[in-house]
Ligand binder design. Structure first.
Ligand SMILES: Nc1ncnc2c1ncn2[C@@H]1O[C@H](COP(=O)(O)OP(=O)(O)OP(=O)(O)O)[C@@H](O)[C@H]1O
Ligand SMILES: [Mg+2]
Length: 370
């Protein structure tokens, strides 16, 4: 549970100290009040990246040269002080848990977050990197050692690419990077496949409860492993990745970059056997994205002893009444939910009563929430 939040030079906030409620909190304010930015700050602390398409630079308050997000979290009876600080000039990001340096993504286990927002549509329509990032978040939330492997993988990949860019190198030097890349990469692929399978099983069930319009399916797409690989062990992925690197060696040398590996993989979703990105209506795409997020929440509540923090950005306006009720039925069981709306809500409003009997309401007052 998030007990308090401090934002310094983050987006429109110069300095904010805020305590959300224990249960269902609603932030209501006009367009541009800073609702999404506040959720973005919380999500960033739990996930290590912004949920909209923005780069870290865009999160720094205009005119400032750094931002800091701090949060105090109570999880399984223990209190954690989390901090992420970002320097614009050096592009350095520092993550701290209880004052000690941690890897990027280290906070995922202390503050598991699930966000529902209009940007979820990008999971279907957006670039492959957004889907990989989402899957890696779900994997890290359920298996924290994934964060260290992702960090190592990206470091080794940079070194290998540097060598390729250089053009001249010893075979043995390249082989050493290949071996390291393959060892870590196989762990990344194997964890992703196993979590993606569970996620899709759950998404199918959720989708069927939201829509009677066909069956949902999802596939992990990779040039590195044979199509349809699911049950094989890490050793199998290691061999497959090693073979793929060898097959692509001359292409990699010509293009001066590593053209195969988990950093190039993708996810595809299908409804009634047709690829969602190209054949589904906007509403169907939204329901698929929603099912994925609800599945993420179900998966987290099965692996974590306490629930994830749910962030609902503007979903009141995005859904029709039938779906809205179904979604709220499921989500209002969660321990802590923070939602935003542009509607003006007041204590005792019928609209708030429908959500949950206990609700903490905050209204925008300048860049404060009272
Ligand atoms: N780096 C930044 N520095 C300062 N202000 C910023 C920065 N990035 C965005 N803003 C401003 O923050 C304001 C609030 O944006 P936000 O997306 O949080 O609004 P919102 O309350 O969610 O509005 P809506 O109801 O339209 O979704 C916007 O006016 C935006 O221009
Ligand atoms: Mg918004």
């Amino acid at each position: 549970m998030l007990e308090n939040l401090h934002l310094r030079f983050f987006r429109n906030y110069e300095s904010l100290d805020w305590q959300p409620g224990n249960g269902f909190t609603v932030l209501s304010g006009p367009n541009g009040a800073g609702k999404s930015n506040l959720l973005e700050g919380i999500f960033y602390l739990g996930a290590g990246y912004p949920y909209r398409q923005a780069q870290d630079e865009a999160l720094v308050h205009w005119g400032a040269d750094f931002f800091v997000i701090r949060g105090s979290v109570l999880q399984n009876g223990l209190r954690y002080d989390l901090e992420i600080a970002y320097q614009l000039e050096t592009k350095h990001k520092i993550t701290r848990i209880n004052g000690k340096r941690g890897l990027p993504g280290a906070c995922t286990a202390c503050l598991p977050v699930v966000i529902f927002s209009p940007a979820d549509l990008l999971l279907i329509q957006g670039a492959p990197g957004l889907r990989r990032r989402f899957l890696d978040l779900v994997v890290t939330q359920s298996r924290p050692q994934h964060a260290a492997d992702l960090h190592d993988y990206s470091g080794i990949l940079t070194q290998r690419n540097n060598l390729l860019r250089h053009g001249v190198f010893q075979r043995a030097e390249m082989q050493s990077w290949d071996e390291q890349l393959v060892a870590v990469g196989a762990r990344v692929i194997s964890r992703r496949l196993s979590v993606f399978k569970t996620l899709m099983d759950l998404s199918r069930v959720v989708f069927a409860s939201l829509s009677r319009n066909g069956e949902l399916d999802g596939v992990y797409i990779s040039q590195t492993i044979p199509p349809g690989s699911t049950e094989e062990n890490e050793d199998f992925y290691r061999r497959a990745f090693k073979d793929a690197l060898e097959r692509r060696r001359s292409l990699d040398e010509r293009l001066h970059m590593t053209t195969t590996g988990p950093h190039r993989d993708d996810l595809r979703f299908f409804l009634r056997g047709h690829e969602a990105q190209f054949y589904c209506s906007q509403g169907e795409q939204r329901l698929i994205a929603l099912s994925l997020k609800m599945a993420q929440n179900r998966l987290l509540s099965s692996v974590q002893s306490s629930d994830a923090l749910l962030l609902l950005d503007d979903v009141f306006s995005e859904l029709d009444t039938v779906h809205r009720e179904k979604v709220f039925q499921e989500l209002s069981r969660s321990r802590q939910v923070i939602a935003t709306t542009t509607s003006f809500l007041e204590e005792g409003d019928a609209a708030t009563g429908q959500l949950t009997p206990e609700i903490a309401l905050f209204q925008a007052k300048g860049s404060e929430w009272l």
